[in-house]
Ligand binder design. Structure first.
Ligand SMILES: [Zn+2]
Ligand SMILES: [Zn+2]
Length: 150
C-alpha cells in the first residue's frame, strides 16, 4: 500500500516512504506516526470512515471531452460529418476506457490521507456528501476552538 497525505499543520501533501513508521512533512517537519492498516482504517489517523474514488488525474477526462467538442465543431463546420461522429464517439469511448483503467484510491474523510494499492478496494463505499459534511463541521469547530484558545 502506498500512502500520501496532506500535512495536518500546513497542508503540504507528501508521500510516505514504503514501510515507514512515520510520515514527515517536507515543508514544516511535522511528524505523523503511521498506523498499521489493511485499507479499511486510515493509516495516518486511525479513522474508520474512508471513501473510495477513482484515481483520476484531475481534469484529464474533462480536457478530453472539451478537446473533442472543439475538434468536432471544427469538423462540423467543415461539413466532415463522419469525422465529427468519429471524434465524438471515440472520445467518449476513450473516457470510458480511462475510467476502467484507472485504479481506486481510498481516502480518509477526516485527514484526506490517500491510500493506494489497497487490496480489495471495493469493500470501501464511494464518497458520501453527508459524511463529508459531518467531518467538515467537525474541522470547523476544532479550528474555532484553537482560535479561541490562543
Ligand atoms: Zn507541514
Ligand atoms: Zn485519516
Amino acid at each position: 500500500m502506498r500512502l500520501r497525505l496532506p500535512c495536518p499543520l500546513c497542508e503540504t501533501p507528501a508521500r510516505a516512504q514504503a514501510g515507514a513508521r512515520e510520515w514527515r512533512c517536507p515543508a514544516c517537519d511535522h511528524v505523523v506516526p503511521l498506523l498499521p492498516s489493511n485499507g479499511s482504517t486510515c493509516a495516518a489517523c486511525g479513522n474508520g470512515e474512508l471513501f473510495r474514488k477513482k484515481d483520476f488525474p484531475h481534469g484529464l477526462g474533462m480536457a478530453v471531452l472539451v478537446g473533442a467538442f472543439l475538434a468536432s465543431t471544427i469538423t462540423y463546420w467543415l461539413y466532415a460529418k463522419w469525422l465529427t461522429w468519429t471524434i465524438l464517439i471515440g472520445s467518449a469511448a476513450f473516457d470510458g476506457l480511462l475510467y476502467l483503467w484507472v485504479k481506486d484510491v481510498i481516502v480518509c474523510y477526516r485527514c484526506f490521507a490517500e491510500h493506494r494499492e489497497v487490496a480489495q478496494p471495493e469493500r470501501i463505499a464511494p464518497f458520501e456528501l453527508t459524511i463529508h459534511e459531518r467531518y467538515r463541521q467537525e474541522r470547523l469547530r476544532r479550528q474555532q476552538l484553537q482560535k479561541s484558545g490562543q
